[in-house]
Design a protein around this ligand. Sequence first.
Ligand SMILES: NC(=O)c1ccc[n+]([C@@H]2O[C@H](COP(=O)([O-])OP(=O)(O)OC[C@H]3O[C@@H](n4cnc5c(N)ncnc54)[C@H](OP(=O)(O)O)[C@@H]3O)[C@@H](O)[C@H]2O)c1
Length: 221
Amino acid sequence: MKIAILGGTGDQGPGLALRWAMAGEEVIIGSRSNERAEKVAAELNAELAQDGAKTRIRGTDNVTAAGEAETVVLTVPYSAHVSTLESVKEQLRGKVLVDVSVPLDPEHPRRMKMPAAGSATEEAQAVLGPDTKVVAAFQNVAAHLLRDPHHPIDCDVLVCGDDAEAKKTVMGLVAKMGMQAYDVGPAESARVVEGLTSILIRLNIRHKVKGGGIRLAGLPR
Ligand SMILES: NC(=O)c1ccc[n+]([C@@H]2O[C@H](COP(=O)([O-])OP(=O)(O)OC[C@H]3O[C@@H](n4cnc5c(N)ncnc54)[C@H](OP(=O)(O)O)[C@@H]3O)[C@@H](O)[C@H]2O)c1
């Protein structure tokens, strides 16, 4: 699987890239700047080399990355959500877009500020149209946990979207990272999944931790 991570130079992208590369997937880091993408890819490759991993990560601009990949992951700040999606709309036709975005209120980061579409995921589907299958995942997983690929992550991944096959693909990618994915329904469920992140942020602050996550109970694992 060739996976592009748009905005993969930030906090959330590199951990996803490392974990998929370690599982043998082909990963492309995307950025607005070719140079920045190559620099981050080189840093991640140095880590992979230390672990003896055979796969290598490449870096290029977001549009090229989206064009080359089969599955594309969007990890830009929510403020850049619509503009980034519009910039790669053509490249995403016929593909799966994994949206990790959490529309937190920039003035009150413990609160959500949902877009008119209902959630970032539904907004992405509306921007991209029916030719791209949008799937929500990873909203409740902290970046620094992903970034340490030698430690298992104590968090389940809630996956939702309107296309069953696309969700299966993404659940397979979650499993490759050693995490349990649950299909929690249509894109509309993202209103809850994205919103859970604001609760996790509150809990992290209250308990003075950084990596609070969610675990579902009473279900087959
Ligand atoms: N951080 C977490 O723990 C976490 C957890 C769950 C979900 N999320 C979600 O994941 C997404 C990414 O979070 P993050 O913490 O990784 O964000 P980030 O580090 O602030 O930004 C990620 C990358 O986005 C690109 N970017 C920044 N501003 C941009 C703009 N105006 N237009 C286009 N690209 C821009 C930058 O890449 P270039 O400059 O190289 O283009 C940056 O490295 C967010 O939607 C967030 O809600 C984050």
